[in-house]
Design a protein around this ligand. Sequence first.
Ligand code: GDP
Ligand code: MG
Length: 443
Amino acid sequence: AFEGLAERLQGSMKKIKGKGKVTEQDVKDMMREVRLALLEADVNFKVVKQFIKDVKERAVGQEVMDSLTPGQQVIKVVNEELTELMGGEQSRLNTAQKPPTVVMMVGLQGAGKTTTTGKLALHLRKKHNRKPLMAAADIYRPAAIKQLETLGKQLDMPVFSMGDQVSPVEIAEKAVAEAKEEHHDYVLIDTAGRLHVDDDLMGELDQIKAAVKPDEVLLVVDSMTGQDAVNVAESFNERLGITGIVMTKLDGDTRGGAAISVKAVTGKPIKFAGMGEKSDALEPFHPERMASRILGMGDMLSLIEKAQTNVDEEKAKELERKMRSNDLTFDDFLDQLAQVKDMGPIDELLQMMPGAGKMKGMKNLQVDDKQIAHIEAIVKSMTKEERDNPAVLNGSRKRRIAKGSGRNIQEVNRLIKQFDEMKKMMKQMTGMSKGKKKGGFKM
Ligand code: GDP
Ligand code: MG
C-alpha cells in the first residue's frame, strides 16, 4: 500500500545518502520531498504541515552525531516522528478485568467488519489461546447473519445469533450473557453498517454500547477510501466514542495516507491492520514497523534492532573495556564472530554500522559463513597463550596452526591481519560511541 510513498521518500534520501556532509539546503530539499510524498499518499494536509514542522525543528537544532551522517540523522528523525504520528507504541486490545472482554465492531457498510470479526476471533484463538464468541447483530443487511455463521463454520468458531427479528441490542446482551455462561473470554459483536454516517446508525450503536458497556469499540475503516476513512473515524469518535481502529485493505493499492493520519486526527490508535481477504490476514499494528516500511528501511532498522538485542550487555561491556585497553584476544574475536553470525549476513550488518563505510580495512572484514567456519578452525588450533597474546605468533607457530586447522598459511596470515584491523576499528568505534548513546550503534 505504501509503494509510491516509499519510493518517493527513498528517492529523496538517496540523493544525500552517499554524501559525507549534508548542507541545510539538502535537508530542506529532502523535507520538501517528504512533504510532497505524504500529500501524494493522501495524508491529511494539516497533519503533513505539523509533521514537517516537527521534523524540521528537531533535525535542525540537533547536534550532529559522529556515528551518523547528517542525512542518516534526518532519516532517523523522520522515522521517529512518523512512528510518533501513528501512535508511538503498539496499542493492544483493552481487556475486561473480569471476562468476558466485550468488543464491539462498528463501521460503515463494506468496511470489513464481519470479515475482521472472524479474523480477530482467529487471532485471539491462535495467538493468545483465547476462546472467543462471535455475535451476529447485523439484522439489516441481507445474509449478514449467514455470512458470520459461514465464517464461524470455516474457522470452527462459535457464533451467537438470534435471527433478524430480534433487536440488535437484545442480541448483544444475550450474547454477552451466553459468553459468561459458556466461559468465553471474548465476545466480538458484529454490528450493522450504513453507507454513510447517519443518526439511525449512531442511535442504534449507542444503544448497544449503553447496554453491553464494551471494553473496546473498534472502528473498522477501509483504507482504500483515503481521506474519507479519516473523516468517518472522526465522526464515529465524536458521536459514539471509539477506543481503537482497524484499518482494512492495506493490501490493496491504497495510497496509505489514512493509516498515517488517522491517529493524529482522532487521537485513537490503530490496533490492527487488515492485509487481505483471508481470515489470517490480520496484523497487530506496530507504528514503528509501519514507519520503517513506509520509509523503506525496514531491513536497516530491524538489523540494528537485532544487533542491539543479540549482543549480550555484559559481554559488550567487557569487550568495550578490553578494546579500550587494547587487549582484545582471539577468543573475543571468536565470540564476536559467533554473535555476528546469529544476526545474519555480515556485509549488510557492517554496512549498517554508522560510520563503518568510512573506516579503513572494512572491506577485508567482509566474510561469509563459510569463512567464519575457517576462522573458527584456525583460532581453535591456537594455544591459549597464542589466543590471549597474538604478538607471540611467529612463523613456526603459524605453520603449526595452518596444519592443525587444515587451512593454508596465507589464510592464517590474513586472519591475523583481519584481527589487527578489527582491533583498530573497534578502538575507533568505542571512541565514537562515547557519550553519544542515542542512535549510536552498540556493539
Ligand atoms: P462489512 O460490511 O463491514 O461487514 O464488510 P465485510 O466484512 O462484509 O467486507 C466487505 C468486503 O471487503 C469483503 O469482500 C471482504 O472480503 C473485503 N475485505 C475486508 N477486509 C479486507 C482486507 O483487509 N483486505 C481486502 N483485500 N479485502 C478485505
Ligand atoms: Mg457485515
